[in-house]
Design a protein around this ligand. Structure first.
Ligand SMILES: [Zn+2]
Ligand SMILES: [Zn+2]
Length: 906
């Protein structure tokens, strides 16, 4: 009997009372929301700290706090679900799991959301007032977010959540700043900074990204005033090429490469900048790119990072032509007040008018933009706070090596990021809202006054400094720091936030409220933020604790659409998670999410969701059948080993194998392997083979000793399957567990808090068992094909193939009176019956001859010689054809061949 949806009830023996039995159809709509509610109400996923402390271990996960700015997207669904596989598996396998949830509501996105929602501007409020408003607005969104996450059955412990804007986190963020300062790992410096003229703030290297841009490459004449040897000819000029002529007023020198013989005579001379007229030195430097333009370049303060290097290396003057908002300064004379774009166009026109523009041609190049707003960055001299990093890149690389990477290849992204690091980490931002930098400065001597650790969190704009007089000069007036932290300066502290890191003023030391969590077992996250979140977390935690924060990191890829394109609003191919969960059970979506190797980008596949849905029904139907076939679970005792039937022992041994293999795969985050192996074992070996046999055996045994063996194996296998499927399919497994096995006492006896199955030590010849299953399936087909009842007797069956130990099982299951195993293969004659041509290869090669070839094959006039087919005067290569053969058995009875056995029935 099949376990498919339409079968399973009519002829089941000993069916339990109808009102007790599982309904025929699984109803995910009702079941899923019911369990999502119950799990939260019952605190099913609460962190069991006592168990963790008793066992001296907890599996801790540092989950990514999503930005609170709107709706859940497919990437969330995918990422949360992957994390949940880990959490659910370890909750069953380990003494305790710490699976927290954070809301990142301290960034620009949440501020904009608050302004939009309330119709206010942050500038109209004090920082504290505005943050209060952010927390109010975000609270509603966070509630919605919580509902969404719960509706995906993510097994978060809702008693352990945090918000990056909450005072406790602000305190940790400010503590981190003060600790790094005291360790000498931070400095404040007035220097060129990467600057976003749109956001009007400094940003860090990680926030700039490459963008391709169409622009003009302009060849411009500079007047040569002096060469290296002396005064130049009256009208001597040279050409420089630039994409940014608006920087001409900021030009401070001209550079020539030391290998550039043609221009060597210029070095040591002076040039005059067109239109603006300043005279600048001509200097040699190896950083000149000889490949582009004329080989002579101008240096402006600042057009790019090389300009900054030249400025520092050659001690050049500073000429600032562009201000914080990307507007031209008074240095730009007539162009003052223009945007850089407008000034560029105007200056090109004017260069043309004065005859200094040689050529202006289209050009495509890579520029640096701010990743948040895609505005081209500038480099401005401003005063900022930095975390020193460049001096310890080797240590941070080594720290990265100490963690286990899943997949391993993702380590190279971490490595490449560190190897390309050119800046220390600028952590101050010129924004109004955000976590304040807890510092004041002496008005007289500029001395830096840090807040007292015990007073944190503070807002220097509202709070007083911890001293009445400057410890350096004794003055009593102080200026508050107005800048706030980069959001990554805070989100890089999530392991410390989760572990309850704090300063104990009495003991004068840092403490952790939950030290058993640190270091964290796992950091799960996307590959797009390895350089942002992971790297900065390693830096911060390493500096604060001297330890790498994570045992291992699991890096997931991105969700793509069905055509493997990135989902984006502009392409209109975004699939919202609610659309998916409206059409499919959440368990089916989770089945899909388990379908790709960790780290690979991942297409949305409706086919996988449908397959998931079929699996739920299959699991339901099989459970229903098992429920009908077996007695009360508590009444079934484990039979003595000698009372265990071979086929039952085989199933239990197979199960041991699957448990061992799945345990390894879950430990190694190999979810797609685990999912596929489990599904195939359950569907093929258990449902299609074993369950059919078990039903037959129970039919025949009618309550005898054999029945106990089979009932025991069935129930053991079924309970094990529910547990193995539980991390993937939490709803259907819970529903079945509750209906069939839960103890019904106080509180929820959830399948998700049971112990992960262990191997039971059953031994059987698995290969022989599998061959026996093939033989049984073949005989079942034989009976069906010949119109025989499944329990009809067969007089004699001969088997060639290894089924040692399972002979009786086969004979019993298929009612074979005499089962004989053969030592030698039955005599079989092989006869060629035809040839299957691959016309896509033969056609193009032989064209009009194909008709003749067909005719020759039809009349049997062909011969295979040395792997080629000689036919109709041509020779076909082996890939063009396949010889079709019929194998016939000339003895008594009918021959049936399976993958690993040959049967003679009769
Ligand atoms: Zn920006
Ligand atoms: Zn002072």
């Amino acid at each position: 009997m099949s376990t498919d949806s339409d079968a399973g009830d009519a002829d089941a023996p000993d069916a339990r009372e109808a009102d007790d039995a599982l309904p025929g159809e699984y109803d995910p709509d009702e079941v899923e929301s019911k369990w999502q509610r119950r799990w939260v109400e019952e605190d099913t996923y609460a962190y069991d700290r006592e168990a963790a402390l008793d066992a001296d271990t907890a599996f801790s996960i540092d989950t990514p706090p999503p930005t609170v700015s709107g709706d859940l997207h497919m990437g969330h669904l995918y990422q949360f679900t992957l994390q949940d596989f880990v959490a659910r598996y370890h909750r069953m396998a380990d003494p305790a799991v710490y699976f927290p949830f954070g809301y990142d509501d301290n960034g620009i996105a949440s501020e904009r959301l608050t302004e939009r929602e309330l119709g206010i501007r942050h500038q109209d409020f004090t920082r504290r007032e505005f943050q209060e408003k952010c927390r109010e607005v975000c609270a509603d969104y966070e509630d919605a977010f919580t509902d969404d996450v719960q509706s995906l059955a993510v097994s978060v412990d809702w008693d352990n959540t945090y918000k990056t804007i909450e005072p406790r986190v602000q305190r940790i963020s400010q503590l981190s700043f003060i600790d790094l300062y005291e360790q000498g790992r931070e400095y404040r410096q007035r220097a060129p900074t990467i600057w976003c003229p749109d956001c009007e703030t400094a940003i860090s290297q990680v926030e700039q990204e490459d963008a391709d841009k169409h622009t003009k490459f302009n060849d411009i004449h500079f007047d040569l005033v002096e060469t290296g040897e002396g005064p130049a000819d009256e009208d001597a000029t040279f050409t420089i090429s630039t994409t940014r002529p608006e920087l001409l007023p900021a030009c401070v020198s001209v550079f020539v490469h030391p290998d550039d013989e043609e221009n060597a005579h210029l070095v040591g001379g002076t040039a005059r900048v067109p239109i603006f007229g300043q005279e600048v030195p001509i200097i040699e430097d190896e950083r000149v790119d000889l490949e582009t333009g004329s080989g002579i370049v101008m240096c402006c303060t600042f057009g790019d990072q090389t300009d900054i290097e030249w400025y520092q290396a050659h001690d050049l003057p500073l000429r600032i032509a562009i201000d914080e908002s990307g507007t031209m300064t008074d240095l730009a004379d007539d162009y003052e007040g223009m945007s850089t774009e407008a000034a560029r166009a105007a200056i090109i026109d004017d260069l043309d008018d004065v005859g200094a523009l040689v050529e202006s041609r289209n050009h495509e190049h890579t520029v640096q933009v701010h990743e948040r707003c895609e505005t081209e960055v500038e480099y401005l001299v401003t005063e900022q706070w930095y975390v020193e990093m460049l001096d310890r890149t080797d240590e941070y690389l080594e720290a990265g090596r100490e963690m286990d990477w899943y997949p391993e290849k993702m380590f190279t992204r971490y490595q490449h990021w560190i190897e390309g690091l050119e800046w220390d980490w600028c952590i101050s931002r010129q924004r109004d809202s955000g976590i304040p930098i807890p510092v004041w400065y002496c008005d007289d001597c500029g001395e830096t006054i840090m807040a007292a650790k015990e007073a944190l969190p503070v807002d220097p704009l509202a709070d007083d400094p911890p001293v009445d007089a400057c410890p350096e000069c004794g003055a009593s007036d102080f200026r508050p720091e107005e800048d706030v932290f980069d959001t990554w300066a805070t989100s890089s502290l999530t392991p410390l936030v989760n572990a309850g890191w704090d300063w104990d003023a009495e003991a004068e030391e840092f403490t952790m409220e939950r030290p058993e969590l640190y270091q964290f077992d796992l950091r799960p996250q996307g590959h797009d933020i390895i350089s942002f979140w992971l790297f900065h977390t390693v830096v911060k935690c390493y500096e604060h604790t001297g330890e790498v924060p994570f045992e291992s990191v699991m890096i997931n890829g991105m969700v793509l659409d069905e055509n493997r394109e990135a989902m984006s609003k502009s392409k209109g191919n975004v699939i919202p998670p609610e659309e998916v969960t409206a059409n499919f059970p959440v368990d089916a979506a989770r089945y899909w999410a388990a379908g790709t190797s960790i780290g690979d980008d991942f297409p949305y596949k409706e086919g996988d969701l449908e397959a998931g849905e079929r699996l739920l029904q299959k699991l339901w139907n099989a459970s229903r059948l098992i429920d009908q076939l077996t007695g009360e679970p508590e009444s079934i005792e484990q039979p003595a080993d000698e009372d265990l039937a071979a086929v039952d022992r085989w199933m239990l041994a197979e199960l041991d194998d699957a448990v061992a293999s799945l345990t390894e795969q879950f430990e190694a985050y190999e979810f797609s392997k685990a999912r596929n192996e489990l599904r195939s074992f359950f569907w093929n070996s258990f449902c299609d083979d074993y369950l059919e046999i078990a039903k037959q055996r129970l039919d025949d045994a009618d309550g005898g000793a054999d029945a106990r063996s089979t009932e025991y194996a069935l129930l053991t296998a079924h309970q094990t399957f529910l547990k193995l499927f539980a991390p993937f399919l939490p709803h259907v497994t819970e529903e079945l567990w509750q209906r069939l096995y839960a103890d019904g006492g106080d509180g929820l006896d959830s399948v998700h808090t049971t112990d992960w199955p262990e191997t039971r030590g059953y031994e059987a010849d698995l290969a022989a068992g599998e061959t026996a299953m093939e033989v049984i399936a073949a005989l079942r087909r034989y009976k069906t094909d010949n119109g025989l009842a499944l329990n009809a007797d067969l007089d004699r069956v001969q088997v060639y193939g290894t089924i040692a130990g399972f002979e009786d099982a086969v004979a019993e299951a298929m009612h074979v009176a005499e089962l004989e195993t053969l030592d030698e293969a039955p005599e079989v004659t092989t006869e060629v019956t035809g040839v299957d041509l691959d016309y896509s290869l033969v056609g193009p090669e032989y064209g009009s001859e194909v008709g003749d070839i067909d005719a020759a094959i039809e009349s049997g006039e062909f011969e295979e010689v040395d792997g080629k087919l000689e036919v109709a005067g041509v020779e076909l290569d082996s890939e063009m054809y396949e010889i079709e053969e019929a194998r016939t058995y000339s003895g008594d009875g009918e021959m049936i061949e399976t993958e690993s056995a040959v049967l003679i029935v009769g």
